[in-house]
Design a protein. Structure first.
Length: 417
């Protein structure tokens, strides 16, 4: 089976969950004897930040053919900036605004992807975003089955444009990360919606976080973005820090290209005068080792699909804290069993953190339960389900094609008669 990933999200040198999930998926299916290829089209040069098996092929279509026409591309950028200005002036809606840069990009992507598909001839296509799903459908023209992956909760898909919304209805199958997400995509018209979670790396007993030794360390691992909630975590820790001078907060992750949020976070640190207790550790290539040095993992995101950082922390045997309102998080954390869910805001988060900071025995019990809870997401289980879905989708597409072919032949016979 030859699998082609069509990707429109950031994957080049990106440390986020989507890039990680794609590289892990490709590596696993190559090991299973399949072929895996990934294509994107981005100006940025380079490859995956995460290890990609040498047997898996990665292609950036931006540099496959002649570069974009500089004048046309420049004019499309100007048009988009003008369009953004009209939104600010209230002359058009942001969700439906004219975006010539995007249209130019999509035209080029479809043309190059169509040629790539013709030469590669994959058995099935997987897409990572609604835009990728729509563009892959235009390029494949119904000749290859397409499965749309969804790497987030339904809240992230509330403002789809008309083409992206229809793309879910045209997909051969749509995969969601939580059972509660199924109905939303069914309402978009998806004819087959399948729940398959992300795979969670399993950790052996001897490699679990040692909660018997008090490290007095709270860990957060996530890209530094407003919706990831690090500002709330710092506010909550600021409330507690001077009462617990032995405790420290270590935040791992890089910013998303803008330094504004990072500067905002550092101002909060200054406001509470907790510079000695807060460490911005940057991106880590060894998540397991980082988690080993923690006692509590706090994940104050506003919304998630199936957060890999959180599930890895749970697999490592760390007790976890998140918000009750956060999709994805509130289905992984069983409050009072493997961690704590709290109401929104810094105050409730501080209260939940203090509960665990004060009670080592509770941390140990929650951590043990968290580790057990992650066993159902073992990679072999998850990828077995993926393999079954892909084979079924390919077979269903071939059967449908054969039915259409037979109808065509029968019509030809009738006309001839």
């Amino acid at each position: 089976m030859k699998i082609l990933f069509v990707v429109t999200s950031r994957v080049i040198k990106d440390t986020g969950g989507v890039a990680r999930a794609i590289s892990t998926f490709a590596n696993e299916f190559v090991k299973r004897g399949h072929q895996a290829e990934c294509v994107c089209m981005r100006e940025q040069k380079g490859g995956f930040y995460f290890p990609l098996d040498t047997r898996a092929r990665f292609t950036n279509l931006f540099y496959q053919k002649a570069p974009f026409n500089r004048l046309c591309y420049f004019m499309s950028k100007i048009g988009t900036e003008f369009s953004k200005l009209t939104v600010k002036l209230g002359l058009q809606n942001n969700n439906t605004r004219w975006d010539p840069k995007r249209k130019y990009f999509e035209r080029k992507f479809v043309a190059r992807l169509r040629k790539y598909i013709a030469s590669s001839r994959p058995d099935i296509i997987l897409t990572d975003q609604p835009q990728a799903l729509y563009l892959a459908q235009k390029a494949a023209k119904g000749e290859i089955p397409i499965v749309g992956q969804t790497h987030s909760a339904p809240v992230a898909f509330q403002n789809l444009n008309a083409c992206e919304s229809k793309a879910f209805a045209w997909a051969d199958a749509v995969q969601v990360l939580m059972p509660s997400y199924v109905d939303f995509f069914g309402r978009l018209g998806a004819k087959k919606v399948v729940y398959i979670p992300n795979a969670v790396k399993q950790v052996s007993e001897e490699n679990l976080a040692d909660l018997n030794n008090d490290h007095c360390t709270i860990i957060n691992i996530s890209r530094l973005e407003h919706n990831k909630g690090q500002h709330l975590l710092l506010e909550a820790f600021g409330i507690l820090a001077h009462q617990y001078p032995n405790w420290k907060l270590v935040i791992y992750g890089g910013d998303s290209g803008s330094c504004r949020y990072t500067k905002f976070l550092k101002k909060i640190v200054e406001k509470y005068d907790i510079q000695r207790q807060v460490i911005f550790a940057g991106v880590t290539a060894d998540v397991q080792e980082a988690l080993k040095r923690g006692d509590i993992f706090v994940f104050p995101s506003a919304y998630e699909g199936f957060p890999l950082a959180l599930t890895e922390a749970m697999s490592m045997g760390l007790p976890v804290i998140g918000y009750k309102s956060c999709p994805g998080v509130n289905e992984l954390i069983s409050s009072g069993e493997n961690g704590l869910l709290c109401e929104d805001g810094a105050g409730p988060l501080a209260k939940a953190m203090e509960t665990l900071m004060q009670d080592q025995e509770l941390r140990i019990n929650y951590g043990r339960n968290a580790h057990e809870a992650m066993k159902k997401f073992a990679p072999e289980r998850v990828y077995d389900r993926w393999e079954q879905l892909l084979k079924e989708t390919i077979e269903a597409h071939r059967t449908a094609e054969e039915i259409l072919r037979q109808k065509f032949l029968n019509n030809q016979k009738v006309r001839h008669f």
